[in-house]
Design a protein around this ligand. Structure first.
Ligand SMILES: NC(=O)c1ccc[n+]([C@@H]2O[C@H](COP(=O)([O-])OP(=O)(O)OC[C@H]3O[C@@H](n4cnc5c(N)ncnc54)[C@H](O)[C@@H]3O)[C@@H](O)[C@H]2O)c1
Length: 442
Protein backbone atom coordinates (compact mmCIF):
# COMPACT_ATOMS: atom_id res chain seq x y z
CA UNK A 1 0.00 0.00 0.00
CA UNK A 2 1.39 3.34 -0.96
CA UNK A 3 2.32 5.78 1.75
CA UNK A 4 0.80 9.22 1.33
CA UNK A 5 2.29 12.47 2.42
CA UNK A 6 0.56 15.80 2.14
CA UNK A 7 2.61 18.99 2.16
CA UNK A 8 2.06 22.54 1.08
CA UNK A 9 4.23 24.21 -1.55
CA UNK A 10 4.56 27.75 -2.75
CA UNK A 11 4.02 27.20 -6.44
CA UNK A 12 6.24 28.95 -8.98
CA UNK A 13 5.59 32.39 -7.60
CA UNK A 14 6.78 34.28 -10.64
CA UNK A 15 5.24 32.04 -13.24
CA UNK A 16 1.86 31.08 -11.92
CA UNK A 17 -0.61 32.78 -9.70
CA UNK A 18 -0.80 29.79 -7.40
CA UNK A 19 0.58 30.35 -3.95
CA UNK A 20 0.04 27.09 -2.12
CA UNK A 21 -1.44 23.73 -2.78
CA UNK A 22 -1.29 20.32 -1.19
CA UNK A 23 0.65 17.68 -2.97
CA UNK A 24 1.19 13.94 -2.77
CA UNK A 25 2.51 11.31 -5.07
CA UNK A 26 4.03 7.92 -5.46
CA UNK A 27 5.45 6.06 -8.37
CA UNK A 28 5.35 2.40 -9.16
CA UNK A 29 7.79 1.32 -11.84
CA UNK A 30 7.16 -2.33 -12.79
CA UNK A 31 7.90 -4.85 -15.45
CA UNK A 32 5.91 -7.94 -16.37
CA UNK A 33 8.41 -10.13 -14.52
CA UNK A 34 9.02 -8.06 -11.43
CA UNK A 35 6.45 -5.85 -9.77
CA UNK A 36 8.36 -3.30 -7.76
CA UNK A 37 6.86 -0.46 -5.75
CA UNK A 38 8.90 2.66 -5.15
CA UNK A 39 7.40 5.39 -3.05
CA UNK A 40 8.15 8.94 -4.02
CA UNK A 41 7.25 11.54 -1.47
CA UNK A 42 7.59 15.29 -1.34
CA UNK A 43 9.62 17.31 -0.78
CA UNK A 44 11.09 16.62 -4.20
CA UNK A 45 14.83 16.48 -4.60
CA UNK A 46 16.76 17.71 -7.60
CA UNK A 47 20.40 17.23 -8.52
CA UNK A 48 21.71 19.78 -11.01
CA UNK A 49 25.11 19.06 -12.53
CA UNK A 50 27.59 20.79 -14.83
CA UNK A 51 27.02 24.31 -13.52
CA UNK A 52 23.41 24.58 -14.64
CA UNK A 53 22.38 28.24 -14.51
CA UNK A 54 21.35 29.34 -10.97
CA UNK A 55 17.97 30.51 -12.33
CA UNK A 56 16.92 26.84 -12.50
CA UNK A 57 17.86 26.20 -8.88
CA UNK A 58 16.02 29.30 -7.75
CA UNK A 59 12.92 28.37 -9.73
CA UNK A 60 12.81 24.78 -8.45
CA UNK A 61 13.44 25.92 -4.88
CA UNK A 62 10.50 28.29 -5.20
CA UNK A 63 8.31 25.21 -5.66
CA UNK A 64 9.58 23.66 -2.42
CA UNK A 65 12.10 21.40 -4.13
CA UNK A 66 15.38 20.64 -2.37
CA UNK A 67 18.13 21.33 -4.89
CA UNK A 68 21.77 20.32 -4.89
CA UNK A 69 23.78 22.02 -7.63
CA UNK A 70 27.30 20.91 -8.57
CA UNK A 71 29.64 22.67 -10.98
CA UNK A 72 30.80 19.54 -12.83
CA UNK A 73 29.59 16.27 -14.29
CA UNK A 74 30.19 13.11 -12.24
CA UNK A 75 31.58 9.72 -13.19
CA UNK A 76 28.82 7.08 -13.36
CA UNK A 77 29.48 5.51 -9.94
CA UNK A 78 29.47 8.89 -8.16
CA UNK A 79 26.45 10.01 -10.18
CA UNK A 80 24.49 6.94 -9.11
CA UNK A 81 25.43 7.45 -5.47
CA UNK A 82 24.32 11.10 -5.58
CA UNK A 83 21.22 10.60 -7.75
CA UNK A 84 19.71 7.43 -6.33
CA UNK A 85 17.10 9.31 -4.30
CA UNK A 86 16.45 12.30 -6.53
CA UNK A 87 13.26 13.06 -8.44
CA UNK A 88 14.80 15.45 -10.99
CA UNK A 89 18.18 15.27 -12.66
CA UNK A 90 19.48 18.36 -14.42
CA UNK A 91 22.43 17.91 -16.75
CA UNK A 92 24.17 19.53 -19.69
CA UNK A 93 26.06 17.78 -22.46
CA UNK A 94 28.76 15.91 -20.52
CA UNK A 95 26.72 13.69 -18.19
CA UNK A 96 25.79 10.34 -19.70
CA UNK A 97 22.40 9.04 -18.54
CA UNK A 98 22.53 5.35 -19.38
CA UNK A 99 20.23 2.44 -18.64
CA UNK A 100 22.42 1.72 -15.62
CA UNK A 101 21.83 5.20 -14.23
CA UNK A 102 18.05 5.02 -14.77
CA UNK A 103 17.89 1.60 -13.10
CA UNK A 104 19.80 2.95 -10.12
CA UNK A 105 17.47 5.96 -9.72
CA UNK A 106 13.97 4.49 -9.17
CA UNK A 107 12.49 7.74 -7.87
CA UNK A 108 13.52 9.75 -10.92
CA UNK A 109 10.44 11.52 -12.30
CA UNK A 110 11.96 13.70 -15.03
CA UNK A 111 15.27 14.72 -16.59
CA UNK A 112 16.15 18.25 -17.64
CA UNK A 113 18.85 18.70 -20.26
CA UNK A 114 19.87 22.33 -19.77
CA UNK A 115 21.22 22.51 -23.30
CA UNK A 116 20.14 21.90 -26.89
CA UNK A 117 21.09 18.27 -27.49
CA UNK A 118 19.82 15.13 -25.78
CA UNK A 119 22.18 12.51 -27.29
CA UNK A 120 23.75 12.03 -23.87
CA UNK A 121 20.53 10.45 -22.56
CA UNK A 122 19.19 6.98 -23.34
CA UNK A 123 15.86 8.46 -24.43
CA UNK A 124 14.17 5.16 -25.32
CA UNK A 125 14.94 3.67 -21.95
CA UNK A 126 13.80 6.81 -20.16
CA UNK A 127 10.55 6.54 -22.12
CA UNK A 128 10.07 2.92 -21.10
CA UNK A 129 10.55 3.90 -17.46
CA UNK A 130 8.01 6.71 -17.79
CA UNK A 131 10.62 9.46 -17.40
CA UNK A 132 10.15 12.47 -19.69
CA UNK A 133 13.30 14.28 -20.83
CA UNK A 134 13.11 18.04 -21.43
CA UNK A 135 15.59 20.31 -23.19
CA UNK A 136 15.76 23.88 -24.43
CA UNK A 137 16.34 24.00 -28.18
CA UNK A 138 15.43 27.62 -28.83
CA UNK A 139 16.44 29.68 -25.78
CA UNK A 140 19.61 30.91 -27.52
CA UNK A 141 17.91 32.04 -30.73
CA UNK A 142 18.52 35.73 -30.15
CA UNK A 143 22.18 35.17 -29.22
CA UNK A 144 22.86 33.43 -32.54
CA UNK A 145 20.93 36.03 -34.54
CA UNK A 146 22.85 38.90 -32.94
CA UNK A 147 26.18 37.24 -33.70
CA UNK A 148 25.18 36.82 -37.33
CA UNK A 149 24.52 40.56 -37.63
CA UNK A 150 27.78 41.33 -35.81
CA UNK A 151 29.67 39.11 -38.25
CA UNK A 152 27.95 40.59 -41.30
CA UNK A 153 29.20 44.06 -40.30
CA UNK A 154 32.63 42.71 -39.33
CA UNK A 155 33.03 41.00 -42.70
CA UNK A 156 31.79 44.05 -44.61
CA UNK A 157 34.39 46.24 -42.86
CA UNK A 158 37.18 43.61 -42.69
CA UNK A 159 37.10 44.29 -38.98
CA UNK A 160 39.12 41.31 -37.77
CA UNK A 161 41.91 42.09 -40.27
CA UNK A 162 42.06 45.77 -39.30
CA UNK A 163 42.11 44.84 -35.61
CA UNK A 164 44.90 42.28 -36.06
CA UNK A 165 46.94 44.84 -38.00
CA UNK A 166 46.67 47.50 -35.29
CA UNK A 167 47.55 44.89 -32.64
CA UNK A 168 50.75 44.38 -34.63
CA UNK A 169 51.39 48.13 -34.92
CA UNK A 170 50.24 48.43 -38.57
CA UNK A 171 48.17 51.56 -39.36
CA UNK A 172 46.33 50.47 -42.53
CA UNK A 173 43.75 53.27 -42.79
CA UNK A 174 41.93 52.21 -45.95
CA UNK A 175 38.43 52.03 -47.36
CA UNK A 176 39.29 49.51 -50.07
CA UNK A 177 36.96 46.49 -50.02
CA UNK A 178 34.99 47.91 -47.05
CA UNK A 179 31.26 48.52 -47.30
CA UNK A 180 28.12 49.52 -45.43
CA UNK A 181 25.55 46.78 -45.09
CA UNK A 182 22.64 49.14 -45.72
CA UNK A 183 20.96 48.35 -49.02
CA UNK A 184 22.74 44.99 -49.40
CA UNK A 185 20.86 41.70 -49.69
CA UNK A 186 21.05 38.98 -47.07
CA UNK A 187 19.88 35.52 -48.14
CA UNK A 188 18.74 33.30 -45.29
CA UNK A 189 18.59 29.54 -45.85
CA UNK A 190 16.34 28.04 -43.15
CA UNK A 191 13.75 30.59 -42.01
CA UNK A 192 13.04 29.03 -38.61
CA UNK A 193 13.60 30.45 -35.13
CA UNK A 194 17.07 31.84 -35.82
CA UNK A 195 16.70 32.55 -39.54
CA UNK A 196 13.55 34.64 -39.13
CA UNK A 197 15.10 36.56 -36.20
CA UNK A 198 18.17 37.30 -38.35
CA UNK A 199 15.78 38.61 -41.01
CA UNK A 200 14.11 41.02 -38.58
CA UNK A 201 17.43 42.35 -37.30
CA UNK A 202 18.94 42.62 -40.80
CA UNK A 203 15.94 44.54 -42.08
CA UNK A 204 16.23 46.99 -39.19
CA UNK A 205 19.82 47.62 -40.37
CA UNK A 206 18.52 48.55 -43.82
CA UNK A 207 19.24 45.26 -45.58
CA UNK A 208 16.99 43.55 -48.14
CA UNK A 209 15.99 40.16 -46.79
CA UNK A 210 15.35 37.09 -48.92
CA UNK A 211 14.98 33.55 -47.64
CA UNK A 212 14.54 29.96 -48.70
CA UNK A 213 12.86 27.27 -46.60
CA UNK A 214 11.42 23.87 -47.39
CA UNK A 215 8.17 24.53 -45.56
CA UNK A 216 5.77 27.47 -45.88
CA UNK A 217 6.64 30.16 -43.33
CA UNK A 218 5.03 33.30 -42.00
CA UNK A 219 7.03 36.06 -43.69
CA UNK A 220 8.20 38.77 -41.31
CA UNK A 221 8.62 42.40 -42.34
CA UNK A 222 9.45 42.92 -45.99
CA UNK A 223 11.31 39.65 -46.43
CA UNK A 224 10.81 37.84 -49.73
CA UNK A 225 10.68 34.12 -50.24
CA UNK A 226 12.81 32.53 -52.96
CA UNK A 227 11.68 29.27 -54.53
CA UNK A 228 15.08 27.63 -54.88
CA UNK A 229 18.45 27.73 -53.15
CA UNK A 230 20.04 28.70 -56.48
CA UNK A 231 17.76 31.75 -56.83
CA UNK A 232 18.74 32.86 -53.34
CA UNK A 233 22.47 32.30 -53.88
CA UNK A 234 22.48 34.31 -57.12
CA UNK A 235 20.75 37.29 -55.49
CA UNK A 236 22.55 37.56 -52.13
CA UNK A 237 25.50 39.65 -50.99
CA UNK A 238 25.51 37.68 -47.75
CA UNK A 239 24.29 34.10 -47.45
CA UNK A 240 23.59 32.84 -43.94
CA UNK A 241 22.67 29.24 -43.10
CA UNK A 242 20.15 28.34 -40.39
CA UNK A 243 19.06 24.82 -41.21
CA UNK A 244 19.13 21.71 -39.01
CA UNK A 245 21.43 18.78 -39.77
CA UNK A 246 19.38 16.38 -41.88
CA UNK A 247 19.99 14.18 -44.90
CA UNK A 248 18.86 17.04 -47.14
CA UNK A 249 21.06 19.70 -45.55
CA UNK A 250 24.30 17.75 -45.24
CA UNK A 251 26.69 19.17 -47.84
CA UNK A 252 23.98 21.48 -49.20
CA UNK A 253 26.61 24.17 -49.83
CA UNK A 254 29.40 22.65 -51.92
CA UNK A 255 31.56 23.79 -54.86
CA UNK A 256 28.56 24.09 -57.21
CA UNK A 257 26.54 26.24 -54.82
CA UNK A 258 29.54 28.41 -53.92
CA UNK A 259 30.06 29.06 -57.64
CA UNK A 260 26.41 30.18 -57.86
CA UNK A 261 27.05 32.86 -55.24
CA UNK A 262 27.75 36.42 -56.42
CA UNK A 263 31.43 37.36 -56.85
CA UNK A 264 32.70 39.14 -53.69
CA UNK A 265 29.82 37.87 -51.58
CA UNK A 266 30.12 36.36 -48.10
CA UNK A 267 29.03 33.07 -46.53
CA UNK A 268 28.08 32.61 -42.89
CA UNK A 269 27.46 29.28 -41.23
CA UNK A 270 26.35 29.28 -37.60
CA UNK A 271 24.07 26.26 -38.02
CA UNK A 272 25.70 22.82 -38.32
CA UNK A 273 29.19 22.02 -39.53
CA UNK A 274 28.19 19.34 -42.03
CA UNK A 275 26.03 21.74 -44.06
CA UNK A 276 29.07 23.30 -45.81
CA UNK A 277 31.86 21.54 -47.70
CA UNK A 278 34.74 23.26 -45.92
CA UNK A 279 37.38 22.34 -48.55
CA UNK A 280 35.21 23.82 -51.30
CA UNK A 281 34.67 26.95 -49.20
CA UNK A 282 38.43 27.31 -48.61
CA UNK A 283 38.96 27.03 -52.39
CA UNK A 284 36.29 29.67 -53.11
CA UNK A 285 37.94 32.05 -50.61
CA UNK A 286 41.46 31.43 -51.93
CA UNK A 287 40.35 32.04 -55.50
CA UNK A 288 38.87 35.38 -54.42
CA UNK A 289 35.36 34.42 -55.59
CA UNK A 290 34.10 34.98 -52.05
CA UNK A 291 35.13 38.09 -50.12
CA UNK A 292 34.91 36.46 -46.71
CA UNK A 293 33.19 33.99 -44.43
CA UNK A 294 32.00 33.63 -40.85
CA UNK A 295 32.15 30.05 -39.61
CA UNK A 296 31.08 29.01 -36.11
CA UNK A 297 30.47 25.31 -36.70
CA UNK A 298 32.66 22.63 -38.25
CA UNK A 299 32.16 19.10 -39.61
CA UNK A 300 34.39 17.86 -36.78
CA UNK A 301 34.64 19.82 -33.57
CA UNK A 302 36.94 19.22 -30.59
CA UNK A 303 35.33 17.50 -27.62
CA UNK A 304 37.11 19.70 -25.08
CA UNK A 305 38.99 22.98 -24.75
CA UNK A 306 42.31 21.09 -24.57
CA UNK A 307 41.92 19.48 -28.01
CA UNK A 308 43.53 21.26 -30.92
CA UNK A 309 41.27 22.23 -33.81
CA UNK A 310 42.43 22.35 -37.41
CA UNK A 311 40.50 23.47 -40.48
CA UNK A 312 41.54 24.44 -44.02
CA UNK A 313 40.04 27.88 -43.33
CA UNK A 314 42.76 28.80 -40.83
CA UNK A 315 44.96 31.69 -41.96
CA UNK A 316 42.65 32.86 -44.76
CA UNK A 317 42.01 36.63 -44.77
CA UNK A 318 38.61 38.02 -43.79
CA UNK A 319 37.43 34.71 -42.40
CA UNK A 320 35.96 34.81 -38.90
CA UNK A 321 36.36 31.49 -37.11
CA UNK A 322 34.65 30.91 -33.77
CA UNK A 323 34.38 27.77 -31.61
CA UNK A 324 30.62 27.05 -31.85
CA UNK A 325 29.74 29.98 -29.62
CA UNK A 326 26.75 31.28 -31.59
CA UNK A 327 24.36 30.58 -28.73
CA UNK A 328 26.85 31.05 -25.89
CA UNK A 329 25.75 34.07 -23.89
CA UNK A 330 24.83 34.60 -20.26
CA UNK A 331 21.30 35.58 -21.33
CA UNK A 332 20.86 32.33 -23.23
CA UNK A 333 22.06 30.32 -20.22
CA UNK A 334 19.55 32.08 -17.97
CA UNK A 335 16.78 31.48 -20.50
CA UNK A 336 17.71 27.79 -20.70
CA UNK A 337 17.74 27.53 -16.89
CA UNK A 338 14.27 29.06 -16.65
CA UNK A 339 12.77 27.11 -19.56
CA UNK A 340 13.94 23.67 -18.45
CA UNK A 341 13.32 24.42 -14.75
CA UNK A 342 9.80 25.49 -15.66
CA UNK A 343 9.27 22.33 -17.73
CA UNK A 344 10.28 20.13 -14.77
CA UNK A 345 8.02 22.03 -12.39
CA UNK A 346 4.97 22.05 -14.65
CA UNK A 347 5.41 18.35 -15.32
CA UNK A 348 5.33 17.41 -11.69
CA UNK A 349 2.76 19.98 -10.56
CA UNK A 350 0.41 19.86 -13.51
CA UNK A 351 1.31 16.83 -15.62
CA UNK A 352 2.41 18.90 -18.64
CA UNK A 353 4.80 17.13 -20.99
CA UNK A 354 4.98 19.77 -23.75
CA UNK A 355 8.49 19.90 -25.13
CA UNK A 356 9.57 16.50 -23.76
CA UNK A 357 11.70 14.87 -26.45
CA UNK A 358 10.83 11.25 -25.64
CA UNK A 359 7.26 11.39 -24.41
CA UNK A 360 3.65 11.81 -25.51
CA UNK A 361 2.81 15.52 -25.38
CA UNK A 362 -0.03 16.68 -23.16
CA UNK A 363 -0.84 20.21 -21.99
CA UNK A 364 -3.67 20.02 -19.46
CA UNK A 365 -5.38 23.05 -17.94
CA UNK A 366 -4.79 23.87 -14.25
CA UNK A 367 -6.39 21.51 -11.73
CA UNK A 368 -9.78 22.78 -10.55
CA UNK A 369 -10.52 23.27 -6.86
CA UNK A 370 -12.66 20.23 -6.21
CA UNK A 371 -10.66 17.62 -8.06
CA UNK A 372 -7.39 15.75 -7.73
CA UNK A 373 -5.21 15.00 -10.73
CA UNK A 374 -3.74 11.57 -11.41
CA UNK A 375 -1.11 11.02 -14.06
CA UNK A 376 -0.40 7.52 -15.27
CA UNK A 377 2.20 6.14 -17.65
CA UNK A 378 1.29 2.69 -18.93
CA UNK A 379 2.35 0.17 -21.51
CA UNK A 380 0.84 1.05 -24.87
CA UNK A 381 -1.22 -2.12 -25.19
CA UNK A 382 -4.85 -2.55 -26.22
CA UNK A 383 -7.25 -2.33 -23.30
CA UNK A 384 -5.02 -0.33 -20.93
CA UNK A 385 -7.41 2.63 -20.80
CA UNK A 386 -10.37 0.31 -20.42
CA UNK A 387 -8.78 -1.28 -17.35
CA UNK A 388 -8.12 2.12 -15.79
CA UNK A 389 -11.63 3.37 -16.51
CA UNK A 390 -13.12 0.17 -15.14
CA UNK A 391 -11.48 0.88 -11.78
CA UNK A 392 -12.85 4.44 -11.88
CA UNK A 393 -16.36 3.14 -12.67
CA UNK A 394 -16.18 0.52 -9.91
CA UNK A 395 -15.26 3.26 -7.43
CA UNK A 396 -18.20 5.37 -8.62
CA UNK A 397 -15.72 8.07 -9.52
CA UNK A 398 -16.70 11.10 -11.56
CA UNK A 399 -13.97 11.84 -14.12
CA UNK A 400 -13.81 15.61 -14.66
CA UNK A 401 -11.12 15.56 -17.32
CA UNK A 402 -9.26 12.83 -19.15
CA UNK A 403 -6.39 13.30 -21.63
CA UNK A 404 -4.56 10.40 -23.25
CA UNK A 405 -1.70 10.38 -25.69
CA UNK A 406 0.15 7.27 -26.81
CA UNK A 407 3.49 6.95 -28.52
CA UNK A 408 5.49 3.86 -29.40
CA UNK A 409 5.75 1.83 -26.19
CA UNK A 410 3.86 3.96 -23.69
CA UNK A 411 0.62 5.77 -23.13
CA UNK A 412 0.39 8.89 -20.96
CA UNK A 413 -2.90 9.56 -19.22
CA UNK A 414 -4.02 12.53 -17.17
CA UNK A 415 -7.32 12.48 -15.33
CA UNK A 416 -8.98 14.78 -12.86
CA UNK A 417 -11.22 12.94 -10.44
CA UNK A 418 -13.34 13.41 -7.31
CA UNK A 419 -11.12 14.10 -4.32
CA UNK A 420 -12.78 11.52 -2.05
CA UNK A 421 -11.82 8.54 -4.24
CA UNK A 422 -8.62 9.89 -5.78
CA UNK A 423 -6.21 8.14 -3.41
CA UNK A 424 -7.88 4.77 -3.75
CA UNK A 425 -8.11 5.14 -7.52
CA UNK A 426 -4.44 6.06 -7.70
CA UNK A 427 -3.47 3.04 -5.59
CA UNK A 428 -5.53 0.62 -7.65
CA UNK A 429 -4.39 2.02 -11.01
CA UNK A 430 -0.77 1.88 -9.92
CA UNK A 431 -1.17 -1.84 -9.14
CA UNK A 432 -2.26 -2.68 -12.69
CA UNK A 433 0.13 -4.86 -14.65
CA UNK A 434 0.16 -2.27 -17.47
CA UNK A 435 1.02 0.67 -15.21
CA UNK A 436 4.57 1.97 -15.24
CA UNK A 437 4.19 5.07 -13.08
CA UNK A 438 1.20 6.63 -11.38
CA UNK A 439 1.34 9.96 -9.58
CA UNK A 440 -1.31 11.79 -7.59
CA UNK A 441 -0.55 15.39 -8.34
CA UNK A 442 -2.98 17.56 -6.49
N1 LIG B 1 26.01 28.09 -33.51
C1 LIG B 1 25.31 27.82 -32.42
O1 LIG B 1 25.79 27.94 -31.31
C2 LIG B 1 23.89 27.38 -32.59
C3 LIG B 1 22.97 27.66 -31.57
C4 LIG B 1 21.63 27.30 -31.75
C5 LIG B 1 21.24 26.62 -32.90
N2 LIG B 1 22.17 26.32 -33.83
C6 LIG B 1 21.78 25.62 -35.06
O2 LIG B 1 21.09 26.53 -35.91
C7 LIG B 1 20.23 25.81 -36.78
C8 LIG B 1 18.87 26.47 -36.86
O3 LIG B 1 18.29 26.50 -35.57
P1 LIG B 1 16.79 27.00 -35.35
O4 LIG B 1 16.58 27.06 -33.90
O5 LIG B 1 16.52 28.20 -36.16
O6 LIG B 1 16.00 25.76 -35.97
P2 LIG B 1 14.50 25.75 -36.52
O7 LIG B 1 14.10 24.33 -36.50
O8 LIG B 1 13.69 26.75 -35.82
O9 LIG B 1 14.66 26.25 -38.04
C9 LIG B 1 15.25 25.47 -39.04
C10 LIG B 1 14.58 25.82 -40.34
O10 LIG B 1 15.26 25.16 -41.39
C11 LIG B 1 14.29 24.72 -42.33
N3 LIG B 1 14.85 23.66 -43.15
C12 LIG B 1 14.98 22.35 -42.88
N4 LIG B 1 15.55 21.72 -43.93
C13 LIG B 1 15.79 22.66 -44.86
C14 LIG B 1 16.38 22.63 -46.15
N5 LIG B 1 16.83 21.50 -46.69
N6 LIG B 1 16.43 23.78 -46.85
C15 LIG B 1 15.95 24.95 -46.32
N7 LIG B 1 15.39 25.03 -45.10
C16 LIG B 1 15.33 23.90 -44.38
C17 LIG B 1 13.14 24.26 -41.45
O11 LIG B 1 11.93 24.18 -42.18
C18 LIG B 1 13.13 25.36 -40.40
O12 LIG B 1 12.31 26.44 -40.77
C19 LIG B 1 20.19 24.37 -36.26
O13 LIG B 1 21.06 23.57 -37.03
C20 LIG B 1 20.78 24.50 -34.87
O14 LIG B 1 21.44 23.30 -34.47
C21 LIG B 1 23.48 26.70 -33.72
Amino acid sequence: MAREVTLCFPFLHYIFLYLFFPHHNDSIPRTKKMVKTVLVSPPYRALLLEGVNPAAKELLESTGCIVEALPKSLPTDELIEKAKDVHFLGIRSKTQLTKEVFDACPKLLAVGCFCIGTNQVDLDYANERGVPVFNSPFANTRSVAELVIGEVISLARKLTQRSEEVHKGVWNKTHVGCYEIRGKTIGIIGYGHIGSQVGVLAESMGMNVIFYDVVPKLVLGNATKKNTVAELLEASDYVTLHVPETETTMGMIGAKELAQMKPDSYLLNLSRGTVVDIDALAAALRSGHLAGAGIDVFPEEPGSTNEKHTTPLQGLPNVILTPHVGGSTCEAQTAIGLEVGHALATFVYRGTTAGAVNFPQLVPPPVTTNTHRITNVHLNVPGALKEINRIAVDLGCNIGLQFLSTEKKIGYLIMDVDQDVAHELRNKVSQLEVSIRTILIH
